[in-house]
Design a protein around this ligand. Structure first.
Ligand SMILES: Nc1ncnc2c1ncn2[C@@H]1O[C@H](COP(=O)(O)OP(=O)(O)OP(=O)(O)O)[C@@H](O)[C@H]1O
Length: 224
């Protein structure tokens, strides 16, 4: 798996009200990478993540996934890539409130009409501590449990990369630490590439490669 981001810009609006949310970003993500992206509010972190993961399109530049330009194919191809290769974890969990935990977790597979691998799912429930919560609704879960269910959903289709946008932003420090430990274990042991947006320097420092953003400009932090 290799994702190449080449000269990607995102410009909103025109003329005087124009906003350059992302200014010619370059980045290569390999399959064993754990990357963190830090930067002040409004610096373009979510915009970058949305474009790399195919949730949004760039104004200029290209994103290739194993050599294929992800924004050049049909919408159908792009949604298939999102469902099969990429897992998302968001600050706000984004679980569907009327579906049970199990149904939420299976959603990426159901959308793709794929049969769940029950053995794999049961392994996920075990490591994420959700075995006794599968028939509950998200409203009956604690914040930490909600995020663990969202991580299970992100992993259910066996993606190659996990994109996490401030995954601990809505959790207290104990649950935040636990969620980070789980994401790190998933990166190391299940060999998933991991890209995390965070405001927490202690989380950013755990990444193998650190990036910072300011005013739409992306820069990799050099290691001493
Ligand atoms: N749909 C949109 N239309 C116009 N401007 C937008 C839109 N989406 C984002 N922006 C602008 O683009 C810039 C980058 O936004 P982005 O959400 O990527 O920042 P961020 O670094 O993720 O911020 P935060 O840490 O607060 O989530 C901001 O100035 C924002 O106002």
């Amino acid at each position: 798996m290799e994702i190449c981001v080449n000269g990607v810009s995102k410009i909103y609006g025109k003329g005087e009200s124009q906003i350059i949310a992302l200014d010619q970003a370059d980045m290569v993500i390999g399959e064993t990478d754990f990357l963190s992206i830090m930067g002040p509010s409004g610096s373009g972190k979510s915009t970058l993540l949305h474009i790399i993961s195919g949730l949004d399109t760039p104004t200029r530049g290209t994103v290739t996934y194993n050599g294929r330009n992800i924004h050049r194919g049909s919408d159908k191809e792009l949604s298939a890539l999102r469902r099969q290769k990429v897992g998302f974890v968001f600050q706000q969990f984004h679980l569907l409130p009327v579906l049970t935990v199990r149904e939420n977790i299976l959603m990426p597979l159901l959308l793709d009409r794929r049969k769940p691998d029950e053995e794999y799912l049961s392994f996920l429930m075990e490591i994420l501590g959700l075995k006794n919560r599968l028939d509950h609704l998200p409203g009956q879960l604690s914040g930490g449990q909600k995020q663990r269910a969202a991580i299970a959903r992100a992993l259910s289709a066996k993606p190659e990369i996990i994109f996490a946008d401030e995954p601990t932003g809505n959790l207290d420090s104990r649950n935040g630490k636990e969620v980070m430990e789980l994401l790190l274990a998933i990166h190391r042991e299940m060999k998933k590439a991991l890209v995390i947006i965070t405001h927490d320097p202690r989380i950013a420092e755990q990444a193998g490669r650190q990036f910072v953003m300011a005013d739409g400009i992306l820069r990799e932090v050099e290691r001493l």
